[in-house]
Structure formats: structure tokens, C-alpha cells
Design a protein around this ligand. Structure first.
Ligand SMILES: NC(=O)c1ccc[n+]([C@@H]2O[C@H](COP(=O)([O-])OP(=O)(O)OC[C@H]3O[C@@H](n4cnc5c(N)ncnc54)[C@H](OP(=O)(O)O)[C@@H]3O)[C@@H](O)[C@H]2O)c1
Length: 317
């Protein structure tokens, strides 16, 4: 393995990092070796990666001292945080800072930071366009990631900022995002998106695009790369779901002020997120090129393809 370039992957047991790990491990010509970072080396997800040929290394983003050894000797690092585990933007920022410092100390040649926009650059905190949350944020799980970009750039790291998109997999496994049945029995997709387009992606394709970035060498170092599988309106998403499920799915535009009252964790944060995407559609869509995503990942799935393959798993709440 000594000629292989090691890619240290945070979140390798999850969706984004897992997609990257599997993409590398499935390609015998990759020239990369996977080092999967996890808090639970004995977990089923870690063992599955080990069975595919990954090196498993224990590391915890909340214990900065575990990261430097985990990044040591790595050519590249894929860095991601999981806001939804703790709902704390401050913790996400601290985790990003720890990863950036460890990457600097270890001399990693290429860092991919999985990020999102800081909505406060478009909607200042004092704006009444949407409520301020947790005292300092408009879209907490976006803002902290965007703010954390500086942790990488201020350390002059060779970084690619990877702007991700809404996972279509949320229809399967994100609490509150499944389809509901209306009073008339018709399946309903409720989103506060008006008639605007929502960039979306199959979660597995995020890591595959990250692999494309790594394969391109230094080409995307210092750049922001936005990815999406398709940009679709609520009506178009509902049509795709109808085709896949073989029954009518109706799109209902829910006002953000109603969506934020829905009874699932993070509803106010997600309501502001959708409103941000709705109100700044051009900015948000232009930052995410489907064409570039397909160049990076020729297997990029369309929504129809994703829905057909996952129709039995879509959550009908
Ligand atoms: N859902 C969406 O539509 C969407 C869209 C764009 C961006 N995002 C962002 O994606 C992020 C989550 O990524 P994901 O979906 O790939 O996550 P995921 O599938 O839920 O898995 C979480 C991963 O993070 C790792 N992790 C969490 N805390 C850790 C810690 N303290 N130390 C080390 N590893 C830790 C876990 O590893 P172990 O448990 O094995 O340690 C696991 O691999 C969130 O921040 C979210 O905001 C989501």
C-alpha cells in the first residue's frame, strides 16, 4: 500500500464520507487508500468498510488530540460535521476548527470541506425576513458551516469548499420530511419552496463528486465546487415521486411560518433553510452546477433514477 495516497475520511461511516470511501474502494485504479475515521471502530458500518479494504482509525471531532494522528501521513482529508447529532452551531464550528488545525499540522496536501452558505451574508441578523434562531443565526446548520470556511482559509490550507445540496434521501430517513397523506387520502409533499427550484442530490453522489475532485489533482484546490443532481420545483419532485410510486403525489406549498411550527426536531432551522433557498433561488442554484457534478461523477443520478431505485424506502408518514 505504500505507493497509495491515503485519503483520511471523516464521516466515512455516514452518507457523505461513506460515498467517498465506497467510490475509492470500488475503483482498483484509484491510486488512493481509504482511512476511515470513526468514534466506533467496531460498528457495523466501520466493519463493512474494513471488509472493502479500508483502514479504520478511531478519532473524535470533539477530542482534537485524536485528529492529528488520524490525519498523519494522509495526502487528503475529507472533512464533514454532523449538525443533526447535537444541533449546536458552536460545536460544529469548534469541530471544523479542530479538523483544519489537524490538517495543517499533518501537512495534508488537499482538504475537502463539506460546507454550506452562511445565510447571514444574504439575510442579515437584523432583517425581519426570517426569525433569528439561537440568538446568532438565520439558518444555524448552514451558517456555522459557512462561518467555518474561514477556519480553513485563514490557515492557508489547500482546500476545496464543497457546497452540497438537499439529499433526496431525506424523503426516506429525515424526521418530518417524508410524504404525508392528505384528508382526501392523496400522498402529499409539503415544502415551503413556492414555485422555486430546490437543488437536490442522491446522498451517495456527494462522495462520488468528492472523489472526482480528488482525481482532478490540484485543479479544484482553492475553489468552491457546488454540486447537485438536478434543480427541481416542488411540482417536479412530486411528479417524479408519482411516477416512481405509481400513485398521485401532490405538492403543497407550506408557508415558512407554518412549516416552522411542524412537530419535528429542527423545524424552525429547516423552515428558514427552505425560505433562504426559495428567496435566493438564483444565487443558490447558480452555485450548484449539475453539469460540473456530472463531469466529476459520470454516474450522477437524476431524481427519476433515484426515486425508482428507492421507491420502497420512501417514508409515508
Ligand atoms: N440531509 C441533507 O439534505 C443535507 C444536505 C447537505 C448537507 N447536510 C449536512 O450533512 C451533515 C451530515 O453528514 P452525513 O449526512 O454524511 O452524516 P450521517 O450519515 O448522519 O453520519 C454522520 C457521520 O459523522 C460522523 N461523526 C459525527 N460526529 C462525529 C464526531 N464527534 N467524531 C467523529 N465522527 C463523527 C459519524 O461517525 P461515527 O458515528 O462512526 O463516529 C458518521 O460517519 C450535516 O451536518 C448536515 O447539515 C445534510
Amino acid at each position: 500500500m505504500k505507493d497509495y495516497k491515503i485519503v483520511a475520511i471523516v464521516g466515512a461511516t455516514g452518507a457523505q464520507g461513506g460515498g467517498l470511501a465506497r467510490a475509492i474502494l470500488a475503483d482498483p485504479e484509484s491510486g488512493f487508500a481509504v482511512r476511515a475515521l470513526t468514534r466506533r471502530p467496531e460498528s457495523g458500518a466501520a466493519c463493512a468498510l474494513a471488509a472493502l479494504g479500508a483502514e479504520i482509525v478511531a478519532a473524535d471531532l470533539d477530542r482534537a488530540e485524536t485528529l492529528r494522528p488520524a490525519f498523519d501521513g494522509a495526502h487528503a482529508a475529507f472533512c464533514v460535521t454532523n449538525f443533526w447529532e447535537h444541533h449546536s452551531p458552536e460545536r460544529e464550528l469548534a469541530q471544523a476548527a479542530s479538523m483544519a488545525q489537524a490538517a495543517k499540522d499533518a501537512g495534508v496536501a488537499h482538504v475537502i470541506w463539506s460546507t454550506l452558505e452562511d445565510a447571514r451574508l444574504s439575510v442579515p441578523l437584523e432583517s425581519g425576513q426570517m426569525p433569528t434562531l439561537m440568538g446568532h443565526y438565520k439558518v444555524p446548520h448552514f451558517d456555522a458551516k459557512g462561518e467555518a470556511n474561514a477556519e480553513f482559509s485563514n490557515r492557508h490550507l489547500p482546500v476545496t469548499f464543497l457546497l452540497t445540496s438537499y439529499y433526496w434521501d431525506n424523503f426516506i430517513n429525515f424526521p418530518g420530511m417524508g410524504l404525508t397523506r392528505g384528508a382526501d387520502g392523496i400522498l402529499t409533499l409539503r415544502l415551503p419552496m413556492g414555485d422555486k427550484k430546490l437543488p437536490g442530490i442522491a446522498a451517495e453522489d456527494i462522495g462520488r463528486c468528492a472523489y472526482g475532485i480528488l482525481r482532478a489533482g490540484r485543479r479544484y484546490v482553492g475553489q468552491t465546487v457546488g454540486i447537485a443532481g438536478e434543480h427541481l420545483t416542488g411540482v417536479e419532485l412530486a411528479s417524479g415521486l408519482s411516477r416512481a410510486l405509481g400513485q398521485q403525489v401532490r405538492y403543497t406549498d407550506v408557508p415558512p411560518e407554518v412549516y416552522r411550527t411542524f412537530d419535528f426536531p429542527g423545524a424552525p432551522d429547516l423552515s428558514n433553510m427552505f425560505q433562504f433557498k426559495r428567496d435566493f433561488q438564483d444565487l443558490f442554484c447558480e452555485a450548484r452546477s449539475v453539469e460540473l457534478s456530472r463531469q466529476l461523477n459520470p454516474r450522477l443520478q437524476t431524481f427519476d433514477r433515484w426515486a425508482a431505485e428507492n421507491k420502497s424506502r420512501i417514508s409515508l408518514e
